[in-house]
Design a protein around this ligand. Structure first.
Ligand code: HDD
Length: 736
């Protein structure tokens, strides 16, 4: 081999050097920047006038030869593509993933998970499932959590949700599920909501849905932020190590800020006042440098342990309780850059659970197997072309060489005559890569069986894990589930469907069924069984699985029990009018800033407000353009005149009352205490307005005007860290 041949063969073998910025560098060559440029046509011809079209006389008809008008109009007419059939509404962000260490080497040969010096670029798209592209962010729904890792071995997509199980067990039911949950086919009502007869009709006839229903009725389905929700790969996948050994694996994302939720009343109001709530939160956080961070971890099960549980690992309606198989942390993802263009990046990104790299493989989960077909198929519907992989956001940072050449909108110019394999005319290129050169080789799983359209009997237990979930909830979480069921089923007109659902709940928990039934005007049916819905009872095979390992409770599935307490990036509204106490405001603002929280001044009108001592502050938002639902906590600085003005302001009083009802932290001192009382906040014991005491009554922090300001600020921040003060839900309140 001469020197030239040697170096070209080296090039073939060398993987691209991928770093945190590789994808950004690649995207840079596609970015268009109009700064200091003349406007041109798509052909690059400069334009001197774009306000009028070419006419036969200034009052005459348009003329066909106006290439500028025709091009501009035609382009506009074709600017939309079909929205995703599910997960249509979403928000994206760029970032990177870095492993903590090489501890995963034992389990997987995927380099991006094992080399702690590597920072792999990622693009994440968070989404709701049911609503259209323009629907509200805060509806009760599962959230999508899809991550594209641009690894040095090609693209790997982890296309997960914020709930670790799914509605159905077999992909053949997906179209039915989605049809039932989407708006009704005749009148297209309701938008982005499961609360209608068709969904609950389907649910009540599909017992396998019960575990998922518990999660969807829980607060998981109304996250406070995309930055504060878990993510799950859902299915059991495989890890393959260098030696070719396979193990089962479940993927988890955990947000560093902890998983937190809205309350339902707040979520509904936000859907009207700020339908972009989650999208805006993600965007703003990244712009402000509060980069969302998520830890990736895995549960690993040895192949020989496949049948040791009381459920089937291939059944996507089951979790592996963490108490049986603890999570092993792998590394951290940081989202640190907003997209430049929503359409080019967030809308055009195309995920596919079959985008795998060496070291990760799929299992025979019948839901996953069906997904392996659906995702490419749906992209062809969205892009009208199989060339969607060439769109900049979808390109791997590795080079692409194959014979897939033509088709709509082909971008690359494939050289040479040989567009087939094998060939001698093209020197046999591109060549087949051996496994030790990073080729993906499917895990050699032994498979045998009769061709049969059937469900494995080991999938038959549809209630145990629903019960496990219910048993693992705190009293507050249980209450929220019941209220959610009252809302969802309360919107169902058919009494028969409501009763059937309560029948299923009775197999999950008698207490749950009874409490749900009380709110929706039906009785708990006696001796309800699956057969009445046309489905089979758990039979012998599933009874056998029931003897496998199980737990009765899994604290790991409760958000409340795993709360991360931090004030980082929390939004605090400061309500004031002219005459506020500037000293106190300055001290509390400083403390909030040091805790990583963001404070905004809210007042009746925009403009400047004057302190009792003459200093001025700028108002960030007027009551007209904001509301308590857009903040995590409220602070009212002392100041007699300021408080007196707010005593007469319905908006300020409502702001406080509503925040109280939503169990948010509220702090005030001195004269402010009277304002809290006036706002109708019930059942709180306050510190005296002139005392030295700082009092925390379920997150209502009050202090006398002689109290220590540091102590007051510390108590305020400690309460913000708790997220919500659910004990207040006990206090009977008029809806805010
Ligand atoms: Fe799916 C999109 C997650 C089951 C078919 N799915 C989609 C997205 C996420 C998920 C996050 C949005 C990706 C993006 O942001 O572009 N899907 C899941 C999870 C599932 C699941 C976690 C169960 C474990 N999905 C599932 C099944 C099928 C599909 C069973 C069909 C057999 N999903 C699709 C789809 C979508 C999609 C129709 C619509 C848009 C797209 O793919 O790109 O192909």
């Amino acid at each position: 081999m001469n020197e030239e041949e040697n170096s070209s063969s080296q090039m073939r073998k060398t993987k691209p050097q991928v770093d945190e910025h590789s994808k950004d560098r690649q995207l840079e060559s596609f970015r268009e920047n109009p700064q200091d440029q003349y406007m041109t046509t798509d052909q690059g011809v400069r334009i001197n006038h774009t306000d009028d079209s070419l006419k036969a006389g200034s009052r005459g008809p348009l003329v066909m030869e106006d290439f500028h008008f025709r091009e501009k109009m035609t382009h506009f007419d074709h600017e939309s593509i079909p929205e995703r059939v599910v997960h249509a509404r979403g928000s994206g962000a760029h970032g990177y993933f870095q492993p903590y260490n090489d501890s995963m080497k034992e389990y997987t040969k995927a380099k991006f998970l094992t080399d702690p010096s590597s920072k792999t670029p990622v693009f994440v798209r968070f989404s709701t499932v049911v609503g259209s592209r323009g629907s509200a962010d805060t509806v009760r729904d599962v959230r999508g959590f899809a991550t594209k890792f641009y690894t040095e071995e090609g693209n790997y997509d982890l296309v997960g949700n914020n709930i670790p199980v799914f509605f159905i067990q077999d992909a053949n039911k997906f179209a039915d599920l989605v049809h039932s949950i989407k708006p009704d086919p005749d009148n297209e009502i309701p938008q982005a909501s499961a609360a209608h007869d068709t969904f609950w009709d389907f649910a009540s006839l599909m017992p396998e849905i019960n575990h998922m229903i518990m999660w969807v009725l829980s607060d998981r389905a109304i996250p406070r932020s995309f930055r504060m929700m878990d993510g799950f790969g859902v299915h059991t996948f495989r890890f393959i190590n260098e030696a070719g050994k396979s193990r089962f694996v479940k993927f988890h994302w955990r947000p560093m800020l902890g998983a937190h939720s809205l309350v339902w009343d707040e979520a509904q109001k936000l859907a009207g006042k700020d339908p972009d709530w989650l999208r805006r939160d993600l965007w703003d956080a990244i712009e402000m440098g509060d980069y969302p961070e998520f830890e990736l971890s895995v549960q690993i099960v040895e192949e020989e342990d496949e049948f040791k549980f009381d459920f089937d690992l291939l059944d996507a309606t089951k979790i592996i309780p963490e108490e049986l198989v603890p999570r092993k942390p792998i590394g951290k993802m940081v989202l640190n850059r907003n997209p430049d263009n929503f359409f080019a990046e967030t809308e055009q990104v195309a995920f596919h659970p079959g985008n795998l790299v060496p070291g990760i493989d799929v299992t025979n989960d019948p839901l996953l197997q069906g997904r392996l077909f659906s995702y490419i198929d749906t992209q062809i519907n969205r892009f009208s072309s199989a060339n969607f992989g060439e769109v900049p956001i979808n390109r791997p940072v590795t080079t692409v060489h194959n014979h897939q050449g033509a088709g709509f909108m082909r971008q690359t110019i494939n050289k040479g005559k040989a567009n087939y394999w094998p060939n001698s005319i093209g020197g046999g290129c591109p060549m087949m890569a051996p496994e030790n050169q990073g080729a993906f080789v499917h895990h050699m799983e032994r498979v045998e069986g009769h061709k049969i359209r059937a469900r494995s009997e080991s999938f038959n237990d549809h209630y145990s894990q629903a019960t496990l979930f219910w048993n693992s909830m705190t009293a507050t979480e249980k209450k929220h589930i019941i209220k959610a069921a009252h809302f969802e089923l309360g919107k169902v007109e058919s009494e028969e469907i409501r009763r059937r659902m309560v029948g299923h709940f009775s197999k999950v928990s008698k207490e749950l069924a009874q409490k749900v039934a009380e709110g929706i005007g039906v009785d708990v049916p006696e001796n309800f069984n699956q057969e009445s819905t046309g489905h089979y009872e758990a039979n012998e095979a599933s009874q056998k699985m029931k003897k496998g390992q199980s737990v009765k409770e899994s604290p790991a599935v409760s958000m409340e029990r795993n709360k991360v307490e931090t004030a980082t990036s929390r939004q605090v509204a400061i309500l004031l009018e002219d005459g506020f106490d500037c000293n106190e405001l300055t001290q509390v603002r400083q403390a909030l800033m040091e805790a990583g929280a963001h404070a905004k001044i809210v007042s009746k009108l925009l403009g400047m407000r004057k302190a009792s001592t003459g200093e001025e502050v700028k108002v960030d938002k007027s009551h007209l353009t904001t509301g308590s639902i857009m903040y995590d906590a409220i602070y009212v600085p002392d100041g007699e005149k300021s408080i007196q003005a707010m005593m007469k302001e319905g908006d300020a009083l409502h702001f406080l009352n509503e925040a109280f009802k939503h169990c948010k932290t509220i702090a005030t001192s001195g004269h402010g205490i009277a304002l809290l009382e006036k706002s109708g906040i019930a059942g709180v014991s306050y510190a005296g307005s002139t005392s030295r005491t700082v009092k925390d009554d379920e997150g209502v922090i009050t202090a006398g005007n002689d109290a220590d300001a540091d102590e007051f600020a510390d108590a305020f921040i400690a309460a913000i860290k708790k997220h919500r003060h659910w004990g207040r839900e006990e206090k009977s309140m008029v809806p805010a």
